[in-house]
Design a protein. Structure first.
Length: 163
């Protein structure tokens, strides 16, 4: 019965994570079309409002995903290890990419930002040209591959257990 609850919590945490992450995903695609600094700030703020829920749900998803193999004794299955490695990669890649792109953008538009796990207060905004140049360098498609395609592959591994 414990395993069923853990599976339920694992799936619920996954759904919660993707729901919370929707604002950030929409923002990533919309930003490249935006030129108004006030709208850019609003999108960054909206995306930031779900950060804690995203982190907590990802943590719960990860913990339940690590506990279950102990309970059902499947650590010898390759798909378990591949899933763990891929999800750690997704977490690290997205965290590093966020700091290089969206934290920098928050700084450029004059919002509080985070770098090297340290909160920084808002600074005077950069020029519109500098902001737009940074936005043009953003690649939402890379984030979509890492943040959607890899987890979809992990889901396939969990469902079909190929090895």
């Amino acid at each position: 019965m414990l395993v069923r609850w853990l599976i339920f919590i694992h799936v619920l945490a996954s759904l919660t994570f993707f729901l919370a992450h929707g604002a950030s995903a929409a923002m990533a695609f919309q930003l490249r079309k935006e030129t108004n600094s006030d709208r850019i700030r609003a999108m960054l703020d909206l995306s930031g409002t779900t950060a804690m829920l995203m982190f907590l749900s990802f943590l719960i998803m990860g913990l339940t995903g690590l506990i279950m193999p102990f309970l059902i004794k499947i650590w010898n299955r390759g798909w378990v290890w591949v899933s763990i490695v891929l999800m750690v990669y997704v977490f690290l890649h997205m965290s590093l990419r966020n700091e290089k792109t969206y934290s920098t953008l928050r700084k450029l538009v004059g919002l509080p930002y985070r770098q090297s796990n340290k909160e920084h207060p808002a600074e005077p905004p950069a020029s519109d040209e500098e902001i737009l140049a940074h936005i043009r360098k953003l690649s939402p498609y890379e984030l979509a591959v890492v943040g959607y395609v890899i987890p979809a592959f992990v889901l396939w591994l969990m469902v079909f257990k190929p090895f």
